[in-house]
Design a protein around this ligand. Structure first.
Ligand SMILES: Nc1ncnc2c1ncn2[C@@H]1O[C@H](COP(=O)(O)OP(=O)(O)OP(=O)(O)O)[C@@H](O)[C@H]1O
Length: 274
């Protein structure tokens, strides 16, 4: 059932000037041997240029599906994905993805992984070296350029994956639980690394997470999705000052956002179980 609350949240998240990314009335029905699953139904929201939006929602509500559709890796059954107001279909260099599982090429070094897309585009070696140096410094991996992925920790691999996505200069970065496989300590460090990279690059980011604290720490707005079929239940603007560092997690304001989001998620998760 589509609630009034969901319709209001979607309206709020699609208002204003032309968004960088718009998900417009997107539906997705998966057909399997066992029948059909409606993952998304008329799901709408948008992300403004340079905005960092995180998506939270109960398990199975369609978060990965909507992100994959935005990336062009999955085809929507209905509706549209618009970038700068223009409909797009299929993947494109305007969108970069970072997944939970490490997707580096094991046979390439760190530097070659970061500049792989640039090499495909025919960017000359000298320029590629320059770009690699810049991103290696940004992600704090100077000195590791000749290492192979197998020689890196999980956190280091994800830093390289982020650097590779940014080096291709996408307009939009789509991130699906990129820190989900990392231990809590590394995850905290990665959140700060990502914020630093975002503050420098000012990319538009759509980031899925299950972690409420992570969603608050990173975002300009947290979009909470309903139980499947996932729609936008509420847009929660995060008014914490930027730049942010870890001390903000101990603040009263942070705790208030956490309480609000936990109760929204709980409400939807209970619906998903019943
Ligand atoms: N390829 C597929 N074939 C069939 N059903 C699918 C497929 N991909 C996703 N689904 C179904 O669509 C629904 C939404 O899945 P999706 O992975 O997008 O949810 P999610 O919110 O990302 O879940 P989680 O939080 O558990 O990662 C689920 O019911 C899932 O089982």
């Amino acid at each position: 059932m589509v609630t009034k609350e969901a319709v209001k949240a979607e309206k709020e998240a699609t208002e204003g000037k032309t968004p960088k990314l718009e998900i417009k009335e997107v539906g997705k029905v998966f057909k399997t041997k066992k029948g059909e699953t409606t993952a998304l139904e008329k799901t709408s929201f948008s992300v403004s240029e340079g905005e960092f939006v995180t998506i939270l929602g109960p398990s199975g509500c369609g978060k990965s599906t909507v992100l994959r559709i935005a990336a062009g890796l999955e085809e929507a059954t209905s509706g549209q994905v618009l970038i700068d107001g223009k409909p797009v279909s299929g993947p494109g260099p305007d969108r970069g993805m970072v997944f939970q599982s490490y997707t580096l090429y094991p046979w390439l070094t760190v530097k070659e992984n970061i500049t792989f897309g640039l090499k495909l585009k025919g960017v000359p070696q000298r320029e590629r070296d320059h770009v690699a140096r810049h991103y290696l410094q940004l992600i704090g991996l100077e000195g590791f350029e000749k290492h192979y992925p197998v020689q890196l920790s999980g956190g280091m691999k994800q830093r390289v994956a982020i650097a590779r996505a940014l080096a291709n200069e996408p307009k939009i970065l789509l991130m699906d639980e990129p820190f989900g496989a990392l231990d809590a300590q590394t995850r905290n460090i990665m959140q700060e690394v990502l914020l630093k990279a975002w503050e420098e690059s000012k990319k538009t980011i759509l980031f899925i997470t299950h972690d409420v604290e992570e969603s608050i720490f990173l975002a300009d707005s947290v979009y909470v999705m309903t139980a499947r079929p996932g729609r936008l239940k509420k847009k929660v603007p995060i008014t914490l000052e930027r730049p942010r560092d870890f001390s903000v997690k101990g603040s009263v304001e942070f705790a208030q956002f956490k309480d609000e989001l936990l109760s929204l998620i709980r409400e939807e998760s209970l619906k998903a179980i019943h």
